[in-house]
Design a protein around this ligand. Structure first.
Ligand code: NAD
Length: 432
């Protein structure tokens, strides 16, 4: 099928690349000329494992192309995905300005029947809004359908997640559009991946409800971690014991420094707002959000336990991105921790395998070092912020020699207490 993806970011680019790999003809449209120029030169503007290989393969086979030409891109396709950003507004609601702009462009340039798919995470009712805007901008009456098809991929494993999705959710209200969607996702039908066909509003809610459930599990475990710290229990062992219960399952039970990223924080807040507008007081999600905000600040007291006076002291961070295997710094807990440390007068140095360039745009007075060990030179404390694989094992001797004091605060519960203490480190983690 001929498919246009509007918005070539973390989601749009992956969706485009993967659909091309399934044999569809893809045109990726973005208003960011720099991004499109890069893509046309073979440079991938984001870090996502495996993405470059998939794009290269499909560019060679002429199944994927990149453009800023709206008219060409919109007229090319039978199916148009909206994968533009829906960032948080000041009032916590999802900002739909990019969706509205893209919908107006579709209406303006549309020449024949198309299925327009909301892939972006959008509040309930947005499919209707898109329908209205497209209609208002049509130059002559043309039939079209709007479908909701939320995306559940995770940055860092996006290709795998998209190709092996647990389920595809499709909200539709037209049999013709349903046929198009079945054809688009034929590969999933063949491999018996569940495709959940629902009404449009339910599909819109499913995305927010799913992210909110995952965020709830994280905040729940972070609150359990606080109790564990008080009573001398170990939250990792508690999670293991809970996770074997099939009704609970082992995933998303890790305590840590709180969730961040481009989705959970904004989606939880937008869901609370959506509920409020509909006169539902989403008490549980308000607590989830509050716990998360506190959790992001919870490392400072631990660091101060080891280094009581931070003024002029060097604190080294391993990891900046909100999670491993991505360069995405949106709402990363590292931003909060660094600001707290700087307010205490500490000198902050950091190493992240890929997030440096994005971090530089958001942080001031941080020394960015390109080496995992070099960053530790003369540090009074090492803080593990993002659990990249390369941080899981390290040379104890080398680290001790480099650091001024052998202090480690582990925000991700990666290390073993006994191991590190035996090696002569002062070690504090979360909920243990
Ligand atoms: P992003 O900011 O990385 O990319 C959005 C892109 O859209 C940008 O390149 C921007 O230039 C482009 N754009 C904006 N307006 C445009 C227009 N009118 N025409 C063409 N291009 C336009 O965002 P993202 O992280 O890819 O997220 C996109 C959507 O997917 C959001 O709603 C997000 O909540 C949702 N989502 C994200 C993830 C994730 O892990 N990032 C996962 C699931 C869902």
């Amino acid at each position: 099928m001929k498919v246009t993806i509007i918005g070539t970011g973390y989601v749009g680019l992956v969706v485009g690349a993967c659909l091309a790999d399934m044999g569809h003809e893809i045109m990726c449209l973005d208003i960011d000329k720099k991004k499109i120029d890069k893509l046309n030169k073979g440079i991938i503007p984001i870090y996502e494992p495996g993405l470059k290989t998939v794009i290269k393969r499909n560019e060679t086979d002429k199944r994927i192309s990149f453009t800023t030409d709206k008219e060409k891109a919109i007229q090319f396709a039978e199916i148009i995905f909206l994968a533009v950003g829906t960032p948080q507004r000041k009032d916590n609601k999802a900002d739909l300005k990019y969706i509205k702009q893209a919908a107006a462009d579709i209406g303006k340039y549309m020449n024949d029947y198309k299925v327009i798919i909301n892939k972006s995470t959008v509040p309930v009712g947005t499919a209707e809004l898109v329908r209205k805007i497209v209609k208002e901008n049509l130059k002559k009456p043309i039939d079209f359908d709007v479908v909701s098809n939320p995306e559940f991929l995770r940055e860092g494993s996006a290709i795998k997640d998209f190709m092996n999705a647990d389920r595809i959710v499709i909200g539709y209200d037209s049999e013709k559009a349903k046929t198009y969607m079945e054809k688009l996702y034929k590969t999933y039908v063949r491999t018996f991946r569940p495709i959940v066909f629902v009404d449009i509003k339910s599909a819109e809610i499913i995305k927010y409800a799913s992210n909110s459930m995952l965020a709830t599990r994280i905040s729940f475990m972070n609150e359990i971690a606080r109790l564990c710290e008080k009573v001398g229990a170990d939250v990792k062992k508690v999670a293991a014991g809970m996770g074997f219960d099939k009704r609970i399952g082992p995933r998303f039970l890790q305590a840590g420094i709180g969730y961040g990223g481009s989705c959970f924080p904004k989606d939880v807040r937008a869901f609370i707002e959506m509920a409020r507008e509909n006169k539902v007081d989403f008490k549980i999600l308000k607590a989830v959000e509050e716990i998360n905000e506190e959790q992001k600040k919870s490392l400072l007291p631990k660091i101060k336990k080891l280094v009581p006076n931070l003024k002029g002291k060097k604190i080294a961070l391993w990891g900046l991105a909100f999670k491993p295997k991505t360069d995405d710094m949106r709402e990363a807990p590292s931003l909060v921790i660094i600001k707290q440390l700087q307010a205490e007068g500490a000198k902050v140095a950091a190493f992240d395998p890929v997030a440096k360039e994005n971090a530089k745009k958001l942080l001031k007075d941080v020394e960015f070092i390109d080496d995992q060990y070099e960053v530790l030179k003369d540090a009074h404390c090492l803080v593990l912020v993002t659990e990249w694989d390369e941080f899981r094992n390290f040379s104890y001797e080398r680290v001790k020699q480099l650091m001024k004091q052998p202090n480690i605060v582990d925000g991700r519960n990666v290390y073993d207490h006994e191991d590190l203490e035996e090696a002569g480190f002062n070690y504090i983690s979360v909920g243990r």
